[in-house]
Design a protein around this ligand. Structure first.
Ligand code: DC
Length: 221
């Protein structure tokens, strides 16, 4: 049986950085489930389709060929490298719209489940512990104060902190309040607040949980 570590939480809480480092450290595959929703949103924007159009987006999700390249973290959409293109502000907003559509989630969750069934993964997203892998070996809900999340993301994208803060707020609101698989902490997830902590501190606290819950106190592979 493959091992699954689920990391969920709001935008810009540090999920990608932490999930990638944990996967490296443990020799697991890192899977960024948000990149799948982003790739689909990019395709919709390019085709000038409305990302809130349930029927068209569901068709698009079923037709999309999305690959997450192991090791490089490159994201391919229909064989094209879209790693950079999916990080734009427009794609971020559209991704949270397509992610609210049940048919889209059905299609992408199926792909995520197939990956986690085959290999040991650290998978990050919004519903990994609550919906995609309710039996994950370890579930983390990674959070940080809104001001800190806005500050970190603004530094990352070299943007204005106020506008980044309002984009994050809007996206989180949509992700938390949608009817289908909203962002929520699974009851058995461990809440980790990364506010004021270094990446190493957060990584260490999660590695302690991995030792306690998965490897019986042993070091990793
Ligand atoms: O993690 P991210 O910011 O790259 O995710 C982009 C959008 O996709 C985000 O607004 C919410 C959505 N998403 C989701 O609904 N479920 C996931 N498992 C991952 C992301």
């Amino acid at each position: 049986m493959a091992i699954v570590i689920a990391i969920d939480g709001p935008a810009a809480a540090g999920k990608s950085t932490i999930a990638r480092r944990l996967a490296d450290r443990l020799g697991f595959t890192y899977i960024d489930s948000g990149a799948m929703y982003r790739a689909l949103a990019l395709w919709a924007l390019r085709e000038k389709l409305d990302p809130a159009d349930m029927h068209r987006m569901e068709q698009l999700a079923m037709a999309a060929w999305i690959e997450l390249e192991r090791g490089t973290s490159r994201v391919l959409l229909n064989s094209e490298d879209v790693t950079e293109a999916i990080r734009s502000v427009d794609v971020s907003a559209a991704a949270s719209m397509v992610a609210a559509i049940p048919g889209v989630r059905r299609a992408l969750v199926e792909k995520q489940k197939a990956i986690g069934a085959q290999e040991n993964v650290v998978m990050e997203g919004r519903d990994i512990g609550s919906v995609v892998f309710p039996n994950a070996d370890l579930k983390i809900f990674l959070d940080a104060q809104p001001e800190e999340r806005a500050r970190r993301r603004a530094a990352e994208v070299n943007g204005d902190r106020d506008s980044v803060a309002s984009q994050i707020r809007e996206r989180d609101e949509r992700d938390r309040t949608r009817a289908e698989a909203p962002l929520t902490q699974a009851p058995d997830a461990v809440y980790v607040d990364s506010t004021g902590k270094s990446i190493e501190e957060v990584e260490d606290s999660i590695l302690r949980l991995v030792r306690a819950r998965i490897t019986n106190g042993k070091e990793f592979s």
